[in-house]
Design a protein around this ligand. Structure first.
Ligand code: NAD
Length: 370
């Protein structure tokens, strides 16, 4: 039976980078069926809701979700279509699908060394590492309160973790570390936060079940510094919802920007939603200037993890790498000294590079100095 993918392009640059990615999908995964659904501000325009029932039904009959991004410009947040947009769409979607594990691969393409803030020596020592972020708990889902006390405005965000939530992602992390280099770093703030102390205890208790994995526990403040100074020490890094959100965006800076980082979110049954780590970039939306790499690499993650098609996933990654190596850059990674390609022109290059013969010819001409 044909596998079906729910496509939720959303707002801002979402529809542009999604259209580019579906062109790539048509080449590498012609057997998949893609069905579009409404989400975010765009859905609100059409239905009055950010996450309408029709989209929920689409998700329930799909084998995976390819998501774009949602949200509007900061100066338009008062408009009904943007009020609560992220909470009502992304957080609601995560809750609907019980997504509790978010995986963000950080990779270091040799052609992008010049846009990374890392010193060249460190960049060369890095290949890739993975950040795992717990997605279902912590202050994102706890009760929120605003009130007055002693004539002062006060706000509260409740952060809750139970041991089952920590165990679920910790087991995923140990298993992934065992498949990779055997090195796992767990990040928390156990010297201050009760949720972090529980996190550390649970991660520690599981260590004896995975003797092939070496566990290192780091405090998040130290980790933030280590990420910037010596990222090559990480292979699999696991942390909670809030720390994972912040650390993974910082790590995308090491790669050269948000437009480069894909992500995958899973539930306990292995169902996956795949999306760029960045947002809807309203500042460049509708101008054909967005970098489609993160969306295309999210497709690659989907092919690998939801459909076991490692070959097709690698084909996409190699085509993007060859496109970069042959000097093609969108504006966000051009750094003023590379010619700037539009989203559509960059996509055409990637599609060309999917053809192995053309890719080899391009690489040969680069090597021979043309
Ligand atoms: P953003 O990630 O949209 O943009 C930050 C900066 O990165 C901008 O300068 C943008 O132009 C650039 N950028 C991001 N993706 C890019 C790409 N693919 N190509 C080139 N440049 C890219 O973050 P923001 O500006 O803080 O938020 C904008 C909107 O996105 C807000 O409404 C926010 O709520 C929403 N948002 C949505 C998600 C999501 O849908 N998962 C995630 C984060 C933010």
């Amino acid at each position: 039976m044909k596998k079906q993918v729910a496509v939720l392009a959303g707002d801002g640059i979402g529809p542009e980078v999604m259209a580019a990615t579906l062109k790539v999908a048509a080449q590498v995964a012609p057997d998949l069926t893609f069905e579009h659904g409404l989400i975010g501000g765009h859905a609100h325009d059409e239905t009055g809701e950010h996450f309408p029932k029709s989209t929920q039904d689409l998700l329930d009959r799909s084998d995976a979700v390819l998501f774009g991004s949602v949200g509007g410009p900061s100066d338009a947040q008062h408009l009904p279509k943007w009020q609560g947009c992220e909470v009502n769409s992304i957080l609601a979607l995560r809750a609907h699908l019980n997504l509790n594990i978010n995986m963000r691969p950080v990779y270091f393409d040799p052609s992008l060394a010049d846009i990374s803030p890392l010193k060249e020596a460190h960049y060369k020592r890095c290949t890739d590492f993975v950040i795992l972020r717990e997605l279902s708990g912590g202050c994102y889902f706890g009760e929120k309160k605003d009130y007055q006390k002693d004539q002062l405005r006060v706000s509260e965000d409740q952060a809750i973790y139970d041991e089952a939530q920590v165990e679920s992602i910790a087991r995923f992390a140990y298993q992934l570390a065992a498949k990779r280099s055997g090195s796992l770093t767990s990040v928390d703030k156990a010297n201050v936060l009760a949720t972090s102390a529980l996190w550390r205890t649970v991660v520690d208790e599981l260590a004896s079940e995975y003797p092939e994995v070496t566990l290192t526990q780091q405090l998040v403040d130290n980790c933030a510094m280590q990420l910037l100074l010596k990222p090559e020490q990480y292979d699999v890094l696991v942390t909670d919802n809030l720390f994972g959100d912040i650390l993974s965006d910082a790590a995308s800076g090491l790669m050269g920007g948000l437009g480069l980082m894909p992500s995958a979110s899973f539930n306990d049954q292995g169902f996956g939603l795949y999306e760029p780590a960045g947002g809807s970039a309203p500042d460049i939306a509708g101008q054909d200037r967005a970098n489609p790499m993160a969306q295309m690499l999210s497709l690659a993650l989907m092919l690998e993890h939801s459909f076991d098609d490692v070959q097709a996933a690698e084909k996409i990654r190699q085509a993007i790498s060859a496109t970069l190596a042959s000097g093609h850059r969108t504006q966000d990674i051009a750094q003023g000294h590379w010619p700037v390609f539009t989203c559509s022109a960059f996509t055409e290059q990637v599609i060309d590079a999917l053809d192995e013969e053309k890719r080899n010819q391009a690489m040969a001409s680069i090597r021979s100095g043309y």
